[in-house]
Design a protein around this ligand. Structure first.
Ligand SMILES: Cc1cc2nc3c(=O)[nH]c(=O)nc-3n(C[C@H](O)[C@H](O)[C@H](O)COP(=O)(O)OP(=O)(O)OC[C@H]3O[C@@H](n4cnc5c(N)ncnc54)[C@H](O)[C@@H]3O)c2cc1C
Length: 450
């Protein structure tokens, strides 16, 4: 095994989790990592805080540099090396380096960990200077430098997903006038609109101009630089645009090599992270996974999932046995003062599935009402009619609200009913929660409604 060469495409969460795991198990294994940017093992999740000025040093977003991987882990990490083709039969990858020279390297096992990229429809002037999407650390640094050097005054964020919202807040912190255009009725469409409305309000409260139920049509540019965002209802002047319309998996390399794709064009893998092509594995934002509540294939691009999948791939590639069982749709974010969390299925998804469900929404406090710092928290919970099986929850509230979603995520994973959730022995002391935790208050209300 130790002589077999492993090639990994992509040097961030999934790729480097796998590489580090393999190295821990097999000190002599030949591991080659190919990364097209300058960076490895960075926290893309921290970029809005860096751009917003909460974090001064970009280096603090880098967990391990290529040098550390080379010197301490003896992993052959080559940055500025882009894989441009995979030949599964010959077991070789074609690489283009920063001199634009093409070379070919053999592999015994290949892990594709190419991540995802921001989505943007193919509208006029999408390539204008000043229009940015965020994915890699390099892309975040470009935005930060643009703000520092070009001193833009007016920013438009197109799309109300969590990255767009975190960036809107970051740009407000940098004293830009920020507008946000969103196609849906409210921002954050992974929440039901009644919960999304609370997030929309939080953005308005910090001065973001929201244009809801409005669609991007084109960008206006002059001398190659963005000047405005044109929607179906207005023209918004802009000297900086951030794309926040979700992501698409970087799966074209795999597709061109004949590797099977699945839902949303993400690479299809089994629970051990094997693709349908022999000796080729994939993990992270480029793959599809299983939704454990619906039992159906699902695409989600999150760092937590990518790290776990990388570890699973690395374990299996180094002779161990591990599986990634899927997700239940859990995500958290902090937008302005409020914390936002969701897990399971939202009403839109339940309607698509034709599920018979009941919901309950409660408002409570994050701490005992009399304890300093108690803030509001809204919890919406959903269960299946008849069986009482828990189907999902959404939480919007002040400090301390969001991580409560992990209780519901655990309950969903265990296939619990709402009654089971009411019975849980959750902790209580005034600085942390009311006597009845808001999650259990919502569960009790839902039980009544059922
Ligand atoms: C602004 C922002 C905020 C986020 N916040 C959160 C959060 O709060 N919580 C959370 O869970 N997730 C968050 N995420 C998502 C998280 O960062 C990703 O899910 C995670 O980075 C995915 O890891 P990955 O290794 O699959 O892909 P990536 O991190 O995208 O890494 C893929 C790497 O592959 C390289 N690559 C691609 N193609 C090639 C090629 N052909 N040849 C060589 N190299 C290639 C890329 O340069 C890249 O470095 C956030 C993302 C962004 C952009």
């Amino acid at each position: 095994m130790a002589k077999e060469r492993i090639v990994i495409i992509g040097g961030d969460a999934a790729g480097m989790s796998a590489a580090a795991k393999i190295r821990r198990v097999e000190p002599k294994r030949d591991i080659l990592v190919l990364e097209r940017t300058d960076y490895t093992s960075y926290s893309a999740c921290g970029m809005p805080y860096y751009i917003g000025g909460l974090i001064d040093e970009v280096d603090s977003l880098i967990v391990r540099t290529p040098e550390v991987f080379r010197d301490k882990y003896a992993i052959d990490v080559r940055t500025r090396h882009e894989v441009v083709a995979i030949d599964p039969k010959a077991q070789r990858v074609t690489i283009r380096n920063d001199q634009r020279t093409e070379i070919s390297e053999p592999f015994d096992q290949l892990l594709i960990a190419t991540g995802a990229r921001p989505y943007c429809p193919d509208v006029q002037n999408v390539g204008a200077e000043g229009v940015f999407g965020l994915s890699t650390l390099a892309s975040g640094i470009r935005v930060q430098q643009f703000i520092k050097q070009e001193k833009p005054q007016k920013a438009v964020v197109v799309g109300g997903g969590y990255i767009g919202l975190e960036m809107a807040e970051a740009l407000v912190r940098q004293n830009l006038e920020v507008s946000l255009v969103q196609r849906g009725r409210e921002v954050m469409e992974t929440l039901d609109p009644d919960m999304g409305r609370l997030v929309s309000q939080a953005l308005r409260d910090i001065g973001v101009n929201l244009y809801l139920s409005e669609e991007l049509q084109a960008f206006e540019s002059a001398n190659g630089r963005v000047k405005a965002v044109i929607t179906d209802q207005r023209t918004l002047p802009a000297d900086l645009v951030i794309l926040g319309m979700g992501v698409r998996p970087n799966s074209e390399l795999a597709e061109a090599a004949g590797i099977e794709l699945g839902v949303k064009n993400a690479i299809k893998v089994d629970e051990r992270m094997r693709t349908g092509t022999e000796n080729i594995w994939a993990a992270g934002d480029c793959v599809a996974t299983l939704h454990r509540v619906t039992g159906r294939p699902f695409y989600v691009a999150l760092g937590t999932v990518a790290n776990k999948q990388g570890l699973v791939a690395g374990t299996n590639l180094s002779g161990g046995s591990a599986i990634f069982p899927g997700v239940v749709g859990t995500a958290v974010s902090k937008i302005c003062k409020i914390e936002v969390a969701r897990t399971g299925l939202q009403e839109k998804e339940l309607l698509e599935l034709g599920a018979d469900y009941v919901t309950a929404t409660i408002k409570a406090k994050t701490r005992a009402g009399y304890y300093p710092g108690a803030g509001t928290i809204t919890v919406k919970m959903t269960a299946e009619k008849g069986t009482g099986r828990l189907l999902g929850a959404q939480i919007v509230g002040m400090e301390g609200a969001a991580k409560r979603i992990d209780i519901v995520a655990t309950a969903l994973t265990a296939g619990m009913t709402v009654a089971n959730l009411v019975d849980l022995d959750l902790s209580y002391a005034p600085p942390f929660s009311p006597v009845w935790d808001p999650v259990q208050t919502a569960a009790r209300q839902l039980l009544n409604n059922l």
